[in-house]
Structure formats: C-alpha cells, structure tokens
Design a protein around this ligand. Structure first.
Ligand code: C2E
Ligand code: CA
Ligand code: CA
Length: 490
C-alpha cells in the first residue's frame, strides 16, 4: 500500500512537471538550458523508478504462496533448482485428481480444510521446504531420501473427513515418479513440461503411478516429432496407402481390399496408430482420408487397365467423422470422374463415432450413398453393437471387430458370443466381414459360419499399391492355369 501511495505522489509530481514544461513552452518564455536538462533528468529518474516498482510488484505476486499450505511455489522451485543437479535426488509429483469434485460437493469454504488435509499427508513424505506447489493441488517433491511407490499411495489411503461427521471423501492422487533420466533432462523447466504430460497421460488410468523414464520421454518426443512434421509429410507425399485383401469365403478368391494409411519416411514406415489421432486433433485427417480415397481410385484404375477388376470387386476406405463433417459429395464425385471409376467399386468404413454424431452427418452420408458408394460399419463388437443403428446409417456391410474373434486356446463362451453375433447380423440383409483372422485354426473355427468375407494376416498383411496390383495379376494367371487344367482342349 505504501508503495502504491508513493507511486500516486510521484505520478502527480510527474504530471505537474509536464504541465509546467507545456505552460512555459506555450508562454514562449526562453528558459535556461540547465532548467530543461534538470527537468528531463527528473522525468527519466521517475520512469526508471516506475519500471523497478512494476518488476517488484510482479515478483511479489508471482511469489505468493497458497495461504493454506504455505508450500514454496513453482517460481521458488526454479530459483532453488536452476543451479542444482537432480542426479542424486528423489523427484516425484503428486496431483490430487478429484480435488475439484470434492470442492464442488462441499463448496469453496472447504478449500482450507482440504488443503490443510493434503498438507498433513505430504508432510509425512517430506519436509515442507522440499514440497513445491507447482500448480493448483499439484505438488513436486525433491528429496534426498528414497521413497517407494507404495509409501506415497499409503499416505493418501484414508479418506478425508467432510464438514458433516458422517461424510468422508477419498482422495485420488496421480503420481509421477521421475526415474534416473531426470539427469538427462537439461533443466527443471523442461522436466516440469514432461511431468505435465505424464500427469495428463490417461493411457493407464487404473494405475495412478506413472514412471517418467527414458521410454516415456522417447514416447513424448516422438509424438512431438509427429505433431510437428505431419503437415510437411502430407505436402511431401510421404502419406501412402497400403491395401489389405479381403477373401470371399464362398468363392475362395480375393474380392476386395481395405485401404490403410501409412507414413513412409525414408526407410521407416509409421503405423497410422501413431498419427491418425493427431491428424484428427489438427484437422489434417481430411487430407489423409482423401489421399486414401484417391489412392483407392488409382488402384482401381490400375486393376481396370490390367483387366483384373471384376464386377464385384470393392475397396473400402476409412473416413473419420471429422472428414465427413468437412467434405461434400461433389469432391468425391470429382475424384471418381478424374479416374473414371464406377462408385460401386468403393465403400467407406465408418465407426460408431459417426453414429454418435448422426444428426450433423446424416446429410453427407445420404449424399455419399446417392453417388453409389456403399457404407461399412467398422469395428463392430459384441459390447457396443447397436443393430437398430445399421439401417438408420444406411450400412451395407458390417466388419466384426478383431477383439471379439475367438483366439487360441479357444474359449467356449467366446465362440458362443461370436456365433451369436454372426447369426444376428445374418438375419439382416447385410454383408458380414470377419476382421483380424490370423491363423489356420481361427480360419477353420469360423469358415462354416454365414460370414461373407474375411480379412487378416492369415490371408495377407497390408502392402503397397504396386504389390497389390501384382498379386491380382498373379491370381489371374493362377486361375487361368487352373481353367486350362480343367478344360485341356481350351
Ligand atoms: P482398422 O480400420 O480397424 O484397420 C484394421 C487394422 O487391423 C489395420 O491396422 C490392419 O493392419 C490391422 N490388421 C489387419 N489384419 C490383422 C490381423 O490379422 N491381426 C491384427 N491384430 N491386426 C490386423 P493399421 O493399418 O495399423 O490401422 C490402424 C487403424 O488406423 C485402422 O484400424 C483405422 O482405424 C485407422 N486408419 C488407417 N488408415 C486410415 C485412414 O486412411 N483414415 C482413417 N480415418 N483412419 C485410418
Ligand atoms: Ca477400417
Ligand atoms: Ca476394423
């Protein structure tokens, strides 16, 4: 407050001086140069003082500790740790994940109670000047003594008491234990960045402890690399399409394929699992899905040229709900026209995520169907299956998810569930595809069921476009050899 008052006084003096200078200038009096210099120096001194004051006030705000825990802040951590090596220290972060829920249930007046409670628990692990409150209800402990994962969890084991004696609230901590790699992270700010990512990581949300080790850092760095380079990869045409054949169970021949995206960068091929979700988050998925669609038309054109494109042959290509939201049917029609491809050779694969956004996507689905392109429901599983949705979405084909395919050693219940699902789908007028068939045993297990097509490593892994074209040519040769054997005169 004193600083503020002083500031007001000085500002007033400053205003008076400026007013004097203007008045003197206006009155056309000639002043001695010395007076002007003194006035100017005064103004400069004031400005410097003001800058220092602003800096001090900012620092003061930044250094403010939580009044209920009084733990040092993130800025004190930076100050304390900038020149300190973490090499021989135990470093871990704890975040109380359900803090906001408790406050929501008990009201803001409960903040001091919960903060005090958390403080007491943390003090069982470390001294107060080793516990930094790096964000709201998130603490970083830098200690000299080792601590076990269990010891940290034990501290949060018992629920806390509410206002009402009968009410208790469990605390759900998320713990990030920094392993030896902490030594390799260049500074504390970078380390906090990694800790933030680890705290937000929900991959293993049943287990509240994440090890921030070399593997985790590599994962984050790789993800950052993909994030930064995906756009360029699209421009450099590094996003390619592989094709995996689909076999007709009745005709024992390849009657189609699925287009699957691959990022081919120098010698390595990146799986779509690593970039499709990033592409969805950035909107780049629209470009990727259209690349797969164009490549699908390319392949069909090549098959047509080598006369291996049968009437029934169909390629399916995956469309994200984001793509469906951002394209119109005429874009697809243009691509089809450019390649002179009949749309009945193409289908798009959608997932239940499309069904969840049905209202906003129904028009585009209708327009795509009107072009003559068919719709396949991908990743259909016993758990989420909603049969009534299939006709609503205009689905022609259902792909049963590989997660429900019975695997060895075969379990009686798994087989019963799979057979039941196939029987249900068979009762509808729908093409059924079994996905993820890997072994002869799995193939034999399902080959008598009313399934139309099978797809999986048992038939073939996905491969590049040229390989697929060659495979179709060799199948044709093989078939004509067979015909010759059967009809020796021809
Ligand atoms: P999906 O659509 O379910 O594709 C099937 C995935 O199973 C493919 O993985 C395929 O390589 C793999 N697979 C094939 N046969 C077998 C098998 O016998 N066993 C097992 N375990 N897996 C098999 P992939 O190519 O890594 O693609 C992963 C996912 O990425 C796809 O799952 C799809 O959801 C997405 N994706 C791929 N390409 C595109 C695309 O162009 N656009 C969009 N939106 N998503 C795509
Ligand atoms: Ca698919
Ligand atoms: Ca699938």
């Amino acid at each position: 407050m004193t600083q503020l008052r002083l500031n007001i006084v000085l500002t007033s003096i400053f205003v008076v001086i400026i007013a004097m200078v203007i008045a003197l200038r206006l009155s056309q009096l000639t002043l001695m140069r010395e007076i002007m210099i003194i006035v100017n120096l005064g103004i400069m001194a004031y400005l410097i003082y003001d800058l220092l004051l602003i800096k001090a006030l900012t620092m003061h705000t930044v250094m403010l500790r939580n009044p209920y825990t009084q733990f040092p802040t993130k800025y004190e951590l930076f100050r304390d740790m900038t020149k300190v090596s973490l090499e021989h220290k135990t470093v871990y972060a704890i975040q109380v994940q359900n803090y906001d829920e408790i406050i929501e249930a008990c009201g803001m007046s409960f903040v001091n109670v919960i903060d005090h409670n958390i403080k007491q628990r943390l003090l069982a692990l470390a001294k107060s000047d080793h516990i930094y409150e790096i964000r709201d209800h998130t603490y970083l402990i830098v200690n000299n003594s080792d601590v076990s994962e269990q010891a940290i969890l034990d501290v949060f084991e018992s629920p806390m008491q509410g206002h009402d004696e009968n009410q208790t609230y469990p605390l759900h901590p998320k713990v990030v234990i920094v392993k030896d790699m902490a030594k390799s992270v260049s500074n504390i700010r970078n380390l906090l960045g990694f800790i933030d990512v680890a705290l937000a990581d929900n991959m293993n949300y049943h287990h509240p402890v994440v090890m921030l080790d070399e593997a985790f850092i590599t994962k984050i760095n790789t993800e950052n690399y993909y994030k930064a380079h995906l756009h360029t990869a699209i421009q450099k045409k590094q996003i390619k399409t592989y094709f995996q054949p689909k076999l007709s169970l009745k005709e024992k021949t390849i009657v189609g394929a699925e287009a699957l995206s691959r990022w081919v960068e120098n010698d390595r091929t990146v799986s779509p699992a690593h970039y499709i979700y990033l592409a969805e988050a950035t909107g780049l998925i629209v470009d990727i899905d259209l690349i797969s669609f164009k490549d699908t038309c390319d392949l069909l054109e090549r098959l047509k040229q080598q006369e291996t494109l049968t009437d029934q042959f169909k390629i399916s290509t995956n469309f994200s709900p984001i793509t469906l939201k951002n394209i119109n049917a005429s874009q697809l029609e243009t691509i089809l026209d450019q390649h002179n491809i009949d749309p009945r050779h193409i289908s798009i694969e959608i997932t239940e995520r499309v069904a969840m956004r049905y209202t906003e996507l129904k028009d585009i689905l209708r327009d795509i169907k009107a072009l003559g392109i068919q719709i396949e429901m991908d990743d259909f599983s016993a758990g989420h299956a909603s049969l009534s949705l299939l006709p609503v979405l205009g689905v022609d084909t259902v792909k049963i998810d590989h997660s429900v395919l019975p695997r060895q050693p075969f379990d009686h219940d798994d087989i019963a569930i799979y057979k039941g699902l196939v029987a249900l789908l068979d009762s509808l007028d729908i093409v059924i595809v079994a996905e993820g068939v890997e072994t002869t045993e799995e193939y034999l297990m399902i080959h008598d069921l009313p399934i139309d097509l099978i797809q999986g490593y048992y038939i073939s892994h996905p491969g590049p476009l040229d390989e697929f074209v060659k495979m179709m040519a060799s199948l044709e040769e093989f078939a004509s050899e067979d015909d010759k054997d059967l009809n020796p005169e021809t």
